[in-house]
Design a protein around this ligand. Sequence first.
Ligand SMILES: Cc1ncc(COP(=O)(O)O)c(C=O)c1O
Length: 311
Amino acid sequence: MSRARTYLDWNATAPLRREARAAMVAALDVVGNPSSPHAEGRRARAIVEDAREHVAALVGAKPAEVVFTSGGTEGNNAVLAAGWDAILVAGIEHDSVLVPARNSRSQLIEMPVDSDGVVRRDGLLAAMPQVSGRRALLTLQMANNETGVLQSVADLARIAREHGLAVHSDAVQAGGRLALDVAELGVDYLTLSAHKLGGPKGVGALIIRGEASLPPLVSGGGQERRRRAGTENVAAIAGFGAAAEAAHRGRGCPARSRPHAGCAGAARAAGGAGAHDHAARRDCRRERGSPAQHDDRGAARRQRRDAGHRA
Ligand SMILES: Cc1ncc(COP(=O)(O)O)c(C=O)c1O
């Protein structure tokens, strides 16, 4: 007896969106190198820049602030390995944050976490005297890959900025799932990964905002405004851009087909969530519809099914 399998492990990797596949297939036949000035090169460049606009729009960034990477791991490594005097980091972070932090020469200051897995505001405030006048970074993930717990990034980022710290958020599990706006969040660096939002594996973006700078982790050519060397993976970037656009418009939003984990349970755990987290929950509710709307839609579907129509 064969059993149908239902794939649910979207936090590991989400299924490829239809739009992403189509964009990638089309881009595979574009022969040019985006750095070449001839017509073929310009065609490839146009694909990359189009995708950059969609990724930027997804998180309220400017296109020039988007640096394409090989994924979330590279984006996190680039920030954590940037030679900070001190890094404030909690043990709940993903290994792609923890390992480069531990391998760096930076002083690590552990952020305490409460019993719900939420980084404590008082812990951050208590650490401030230690980092005064130093080049320090607060790194704080947006949503946890195991528990779905959301952090109050906007709130803690504001405190950190007031004390002169740079702020990074690993938003790999939140990108395309919750409404994100880098200005509202007040972060300098934000990490995204395409395969969590219906794009291909092995491509992501690091948002480097405004005045913030970062030494390139991968150096060589002048690609990505000298912030990440290497010929761009045009097809993967095209898929990322298409997935970001679809996620932004809420087409096939993962929130529609998943339990409301990132929103309800996690936000409850986050307790004193900041303004941004409320906005994110509101947006997610809008995408999913209110519980009452859901019930209505469910009832309508059942009625159609009972009437012999396809739901
Ligand atoms: C929270 C978080 N950060 C970073 C990563 C790494 O992303 P990537 O798989 O694109 O390297 C993951 C992947 O599971 C993740 O869940």
